[in-house]
Ligand binder design. Structure first.
Ligand SMILES: Nc1ncnc2c1ncn2[C@@H]1O[C@H](COP(=O)(O)OP(=O)(O)OP(=O)(O)O)[C@@H](O)[C@H]1O
Ligand SMILES: [Mg+2]
Length: 339
């Protein structure tokens, strides 16, 4: 039985600025289930971080117009008080960000920072909190955690700092982990290790995970569900298999064609031409149409709805199913299986 942990319905986050309204998030809906990872993918500025910062109540509501629903454990977090949100963050929802150096205090020992989180949320003594912090560091694969707990963040390597952040995010046993570009600052081998740690903990603790990344390839191995975002909206949503093996939206095809894959030898990498639009002047119709090689008559006029194309695989595109299948074949023709 699947258990929905987080349900976001039609989330809108607009920032009024002197230059116009920035439509950072413009109608985003998705669910995250227990025991599953949702990979959230899109180019820079597509609204990934703002979506999840809003979920966590970390957006300054005075500077933003926010609407929609963020349902977590039966409550709409958009209506929660600051105090309630503070309790939910850390305790029920853990977070990790791209650069642990900015999320960790440079002047405090790593073990003490984790202990502080425990002491702030749990009725335990200092000794017990310290022991739990060491245990948390052990769980994320930090060797000699007793000694490491007494060190400062700068004494850790980048990969170890990110492991320590994961330890801190999970030490209170949350149901949901939000990981926003957790591996971008790391080299490729360490990236893979960190994703493995997250995946292993997800299974062991049976939590839900949101894994945010620029790259579809990064989330591929560890996500069960995928949402592709463009200009503040989801353009495709489905299981990993659906989105990878039978992509529907031209933008997803573009993302897949512009990254090398291990399982196919790519003859020709085809980057998506152009750049993402300004979120103040989003193109009319489909926001992707100026960059879309398959655009036709309605694309610069009508906004395509995100629609179920069968079995819960959704996309927002005017092309027919046949045209999408043909585009997919064309893309695959450019790639030669490794023999
Ligand atoms: N306070 C704000 N006022 C105005 N615009 C903002 C504000 N905060 C964010 N934005 C804009 O919202 C858009 C979405 O930002 P967001 O950080 O969610 O993108 P992202 O998909 O996470 O990108 P990246 O991959 O670079 O992290 C950006 O164009 C950003 O400039
Ligand atoms: Mg971001």
């Amino acid at each position: 039985m699947s258990e929905v942990l987080l349900e976001v319905r039609d989330l809108v986050v607009h920032f009024p600025t002197p230059d116009g309204v920035v439509k950072a998030v413009d109608g985003v809906s998705f669910t995250i289930e227990r025991g599953r990872t949702l990979g959230v993918v899109g180019e820079s500025g597509s609204g990934k971080s703002i979506t999840f910062l809003t979920v966590m109540g970390l957006i300054n509501r005075k500077s933003a117009r926010v609407s929609g629903e963020v349902l977590f454990e039966g409550r709409n977090l958009l209506e929660a008080t600051t105090e309630e949100l503070r309790h939910i963050r850390g305790d029920r929802i853990g977070m990790i960000f791209q650069d642990p150096m900015t999320s960790m205090h440079p002047m405090y020992r790593v073990g003490d920072q984790i202990s502080e989180a425990i002491l702030a949320h749990r009725n335990v003594g200092k000794r017990e909190a310290g022991a739990r912090a060491v245990e948390a560091l052990r769980q994320v694969g930090i060797p000699a955690p007793e000694q490491r707990a007494r060190q400062y963040p700068h004494e850790y390597s980048g990969g170890m700092r990110q492991r320590a952040m994961i330890a801190m995010a999970l030490v209170l046993d949350p149901d949901l982990l939000i990981a926003d570009e957790p591996t971008t600052a790391l080299d490729v081998t360490v990236q893979a290790q960190i994703l493995e740690v997250i995946d292993e903990l997800k299974q062991r603790l049976n939590i839900g995970v949101a894994l945010i990344s620029h790259s579809l390839a990064t989330v591929a191995d560890v996500s069960q569900d995928v949402m592709v975002m463009y200009a503040g909206r989801p353009v495709e949503r489905g299981t990993r298999g659906e989105v990878f093996d039978a992509p529907l939206h031209p933008y997803t095809l573009g993302l897949l064609s512009s990254v090398p894959r291990v399982d196919v030898r790519v003859e020709r990498l085809v980057p998506i031409e152009g750049s993402p639009p300004s979120l103040i002047n989003v193109p009319p119709g489909c926001a992707f149409h100026p960059r879309c090689p398959y655009r036709f008559d309605p694309c610069d006029r009508d906004v395509p709805d995100l629609r179920d194309r069968g079995g819960g695989h959704d996309d927002a595109c005017h092309l027919s199913a046949e045209a999408k299948a043909a585009n997919r074949r064309e893309r695959l023709d450019m790639q030669e299986p490794v023999t």
